[in-house]
Design a protein around this ligand. Structure first.
Ligand code: NAP
Length: 236
């Protein structure tokens, strides 16, 4: 399959799942507009990656920044809504500021981004919106109240756009991964167990993205859930 005529914006493209997605898209011929705060870990940036340093939690500035992207790249025909962060704990352990931060990053920034970029994609009468949700979008969990709330809401947003945009031939999909081996766990008190059956790899999620993009245009993957075969958690 070739993605030569695709220009796809990937949020959180600097590392982890977003980077793996950006890499596979570039490998398949797409041009990638990457959003993150720090791209320094890409030692060599391939020509078809255009990195944009944007802090998605700066919501007052975000709409104008995205308007500029839309003007410069009216041919963006896919968005991978991936940037996000995890924070876990009992609700009272969160400060109001920490709650705002998680909701702003995991949810509101993605909604604002979609709002500014959708008109151009609709005009092209072809495109994909792919949301990286989580297994936390599927069931609530102890210490997961705020994170689950952001991911449940993101899932509702993805499902609604699925209905709203199909007349413009835009396909909206949510991928819900279980534990993926990335720096997501660096500041958390737990991580996946060491055995390779206890985690999925960023490349597995990237492969799912490729399957979604290469499906027959008349077929839409609504949702993909993928999780490690075994689910052993290691506490640090
Ligand atoms: N890892 C898992 O087990 C897992 C499971 C299910 C779902 N997910 C979801 O998958 C997505 C990616 O997670 P990951 O595992 O790849 O985590 P990661 O390795 O920590 O990567 C997070 C990405 O988000 C970007 N980001 C964070 N804050 C940002 C901000 N304020 N502005 C712009 N970009 C920001 C980071 O870039 P900069 O730091 O350079 O800004 C980075 O590229 C998240 O939505 C997460 O909820 C992860």
């Amino acid at each position: 399959m070739t993605l030569k005529n695709r220009k796809i914006l990937v949020t959180g493209a600097s590392r982890g799942i977003g980077r793996a997605i950006a890499e596979i898209l570039i490998q398949e011929g797409a041009t990638v507009i990457g959003i993150a705060r720090d791209f320094s870990s890409w030692n060599e940036q391939p020509g078809r990656l255009q990195p944009l340093q944007i802090d998605l939690t700066q919501l007052d500035e975000l709409p104008e920044q995205v308007k500029t992207i839309a003007k410069q790249h009216p041919d963006i025909n896919g968005i991978i809504f991936n940037a996000g962060e995890g924070r876990f704990g009992s609700l009272e352990e969160f400060s109001p500021k920490q709650i705002r931060h998680l909701v702003d990053l995991n949810l509101t920034s993605q909604i604002l981004l979609a709002r500014e970029l959708l008109p151009n994609i609709k005009r092209q009468k072809q495109g994909n919106l792919i949301f990286i949700g989580s297994e936390a979008a599927l069931s609530g969990s102890r210490k997961g109240a705020v994170y689950c709330a952001t991911k449940f809401a993101l899932r509702g947003f993805a499902q609604s756009l699925r209905e709203e945009c199909s007349n413009s031939s835009i396909r909206s999909t949510i991928i819900n991964p279980g534990m993926v081996k990335t720096s997501f766990f660096d500041n958390l008190s737990f991580e996946p167990g060491d055995a390779e059956e206890n985690y999925i790899l960023p490349q597995d999620v990237a492969d799912a993205v490729l399957s979604i993009l290469s499906a027959r245009p008349g077929t839409c993957f609504d949702e993909i859930n993928l999780s490690p075969l075994k689910k052993v958690i290691k506490f640090k």
